[in-house]
Ligand binder design. Structure first.
Ligand SMILES: Cc1ncc(COP(=O)(O)O)c(C=O)c1O
Length: 411
């Protein structure tokens, strides 16, 4: 392999200064920002202040004094421009799984004469599990989950389908759906659409309002860098706000929670989607993490991620010793998210041995090595180093060592 390919630098990279904002161990190449985004120095400082001052000294008065009560909407408003939503349509609370339940159940209410949730065969498991749970509660005659391969989705959109639920970027192979197109086709058949943006929010250009999407959910802990277990966000198009009541009603979505009324009266607008007490420490971390997006063009993040992934792919394809890695992601960067997935019979032990060499990526069952390209923290140099280490792991066969064989709980 040509040494030059390892020497490419971030010259001309307008985003190269972003890395300084992050606290990443020296020498580590982190190819896992698509699973857990890295920590920013600012977030560390903010959490310390919140713990010491807001929780430590001001205690319960902080709900009023430091605006804790409004954090779900405040953080939602910070996420809104990142996903192309105008004000009042995004709120940040709970997990994607819980928010999917709220939105799928709402969609079924909005289409009372329709019985199907249409989704993709290899959609992320939690999305499918939540739909199955709803099937269980409502009964199959009222709600059935129907799964199709991507190429058969349009043909399956008929008058029985209430809602189309898909992921913008597939978690396993990174393939991207054309959200605008599928949303338009679904709407022509009066089908609602719900997009899971877990692997695209913060790294791909998204214009939910322009695409006229009905519902969306997404992740705070991946490309938004909100920290482990950061709350999810949910988007509900304004034109639907007064048409239904989401079923996971809780006191924090009440118009006046501290009146402690017997009867549930929903808060106006997007607040009604908050059920219980907001997770303040997690929301604070995410709130602070989102500041970096303020002056950033998401298109430039997408472009850089695509350059990095092309660079990685080129290096892998050029190395004969890596020919057992088979690309399962789309070959054209515009057809995939900020990731590359390769199948390999030893993908798991290789991911472990690579980690020991200072390169963190992840493994997805049954045999996928998944490499994420977080554009805020990576340079071409990191990519060169990562591939160099991968070649060393494969050539030395260090991945065959006993200690790399046993699967850990989280891969
Ligand atoms: C596409 C997708 N949806 C949902 C989730 C999980 O969401 P949560 O744990 O917030 O319920 C993930 C987690 O990685 C994901 O990749």
């Amino acid at each position: 392999m040509s040494e030059d390919l390892f020497m490419l630098r971030g010259e001309g990279d307008p985003l190269s200064n972003l890395r300084e904002s992050f606290s990443i161990p020296e020498g580590l190449v982190y190819l896992n920002g698509n699973s857990l985004g890295p920590l920013q120095n600012k977030v560390k400082q903010r959490l310390k202040e919140v713990i010491d001052l807001e929780w430590g000294e001001d205690l319960i008065t902080s709900w009023n004094k430091h605006g804790w009560m409004d954090l779900p909407e405040k953080v939602g408003e910070k996420i809104a421009p990142i996903i192309g939503a105008s004000k009042g349509q995004v709120v940040c609370c709970d997990s994607i799984s819980i928010n999917l339940f709220k939105l799928l159940a709402s969609a079924m209410q909005l289409r009372p004469s329709r019985t199907k949730i249409l989704s993709q065969l290899d959609n992320f498991p939690t999305d499918l599990y939540v739909a199955t749970g709803l099937e269980l509660i409502l009964g199959k005659s009222r709600c059935t989950l129907e799964l199709r391969s991507p190429k058969d989705l349009v043909a399956a959109m008929n008058e029985e389908v209430a809602v189309l639920m898909l992921s913008h970027v597939n978690f396993r192979d990174g393939s991207v759906h054309d959200v605008a197109d599928l949303t338009r086709i679904a709407h022509e058949k009066d089908i609602l659409v719900l997009w899971d943006l877990a692997h695209s929010a913060g790294v791909l250009s998204i214009t939910l309002d322009e695409w006229d999407v009905d519902f969306a959910v997404g992740c705070g802990y991946k490309y938004l860098n909100g920290g482990p277990g950061a709350p999810s966000f949910l988007y509900v198009n304004r034109r639907l706000h007064d048409q239904f009541l989401q079923p996971l009603v809780g006191w924090m979505g009440h118009e006046k929670p501290f009146q402690f009324e017997q009867e549930f009266v929903p808060a106006r607008g997007i607040r009604q989607f908050v059920a219980g007490t907001p997770h303040i420490l997690s929301l604070m971390a995410l709130d602070s993490a989102l500041e970096i997006f303020q002056d950033l063009d998401i298109g430039s993040l997408q472009e850089k991620a695509s350059i990095l992934s092309e660079q990685f792919l080129k290096l892998v394809l050029a190395e004969p010793d890596l020919d057992e890695f088979k690309l399962v992601s789309p070959t054209h960067p515009s057809k995939r998210g900020a990731q590359l997935s390769f199948s390999h019979p030893y993908a798991y032990p290789i991911s472990r041995a690579w980690m020991e060499e200072g390169v963190i990526a992840d493994f997805r069952a049954p045999n996928i090595l998944r490499v994420g390209f977080s554009p805020m923290i990576l340079s071409n140099r990191d990519i060169g180093l990562a591939v160099k280490k991968l070649i060393e792991v494969v050539q030395s066969r260090s991945f065959m060592e006993e200690k790399f064989q046993e699967k850990q709980n989280v891969t």
